[in-house]
Design a protein around this ligand. Structure first.
Ligand code: NAP
Length: 286
């Protein structure tokens, strides 16, 4: 078998066109969807992501701006910024670009994410948003898992009744991904670093979501023939080349559907951020 390779960039453009239509409808009512990104420090990858988000926002008709701080920014300054943005009615979505500089502790990062008004939580990282997802009544869903669900839908893969394996249990990808698959009536297994015999667990799956952060971990002989494989990972291999968590060459020979890295999940994440900003703006407008 040779897998159908999904073009995440093309599908993301489709999502962005849908968002642009919604933004236009909001603008016609005098509402300009607004996104503010808080960027602290000089992480080059973060700067690239923030630029991509700004470009996507502009293309969709969303007013986006970035509030920048140096690596020495204090927790108090970040708290004051979030408070100000929470109170600003022109701001519908607030995104704190992670990671924050080393001077901001993990606890402080959590506190900042929790300080964001849940009505402006376009990243879907607030515990309230996660709680709604657990309850099966999502408000804002994290953008990467939303993008993965859309990729499956575009590939004609209905999770209902299927066995799905999610590798990774982070709060931003693995856990919400598992909940969305569960909501779509899949039978879901979540794997992590302590999972015993990961290849055997993955071999059972009709749908595999790899969100690990280990270059080319998932091999072709782990995959059930015809399975749908979504590769969330963004890694550099030993030669500095960008690659996913899936060994693309060997998995493409066995899977039915496969996403590449780059041009797979990445563009979908940004498209669903734009989707969430329009959703927030529409809700704010009642
Ligand atoms: P994370 O917070 O580091 O979580 C990684 C998860 O993988 C953890 O649950 C960990 O298990 C598990 N894991 C690590 N090594 C493993 C192994 N050998 N076998 C099985 N499980 C293992 O990472 P994340 O934020 O979820 O991101 C995962 C990947 O997705 C990264 O490459 C990241 O760059 C990428 N990403 C991409 C996008 C996008 O838009 N394309 C968005 C977000 C993230 P424990 O819980 O036991 O430690």
């Amino acid at each position: 078998m040779s897998a159908t390779i999904l073009d995440g960039r093309a599908i993301a453009l489709k999502v962005r066109a849908e968002v642009a239509q919604r933004a236009q409808a909001l603008r016609a009512r005098g509402i300009v969807p607004g996104l503010v990104v808080i960027l602290a420090g000089d992480d080059p990858a973060s700067a690239v992501y923030v630029r991509s988000k700004g470009r996507a926002a502009e293309a969709c008709g969303i007013a986006a701006r970035t509030v920048r701080f140096g690596a020495d920014v204090s927790f108090a300054t970040l708290q004051a910024t979030v408070a100000e943005l929470n109170a600003d009615p022109a701001v519908h979505g607030i995104l704190i670009q992670l990671p924050l500089p080393p001077g901001v502790s993990a606890e402080q990062t959590t506190a900042l994410l929790e300080q964001v008004d849940p009505a402006k939580d376009v990243d879907g990282f607030h515990p309230q948003s996660l709680g709604h997802l657990v309850a099966g009544e999502p408000t804002f869903v994290a953008c990467t898992p939303s993008g993965c669900m859309r990729l499956l839908a575009e590939a004609g893969v209905d999770p209902q009744g299927k066995r799905a394996v999610v590798i990774g249990r982070s709060t931003i990808v693995g856990k919400p991904m598992a909940l969305l698959l569960l909501q779509a009536h899949a039978t879901v297994t979540v794997c992590h670093s302590r999972t015993q015999d990961l290849p055997a667990v993955v071999r059972d799956a009709d749908i595999v979501i790899a969100a690990v952060g280990r270059a080319r971990l998932v091999k072709g002989d782990w995959i059930k023939p015809g399975a749908a494989v979504i590769d969330v990972g963004i890694n550099r291999d030993g030669e500095g080349k960008l690659c996913g968590d899936v060994d693309f060459e060997s998995v493409a020979l066995v899977a039915g559907v496969l996403t590449p890295v780059p041009r797979g999940v990445g563009p979908m994440t940004i498209a669903y951020l734009m989707h969430n900003v329009c959703l927030a703006a529409a809700r704010a407008a009642g």
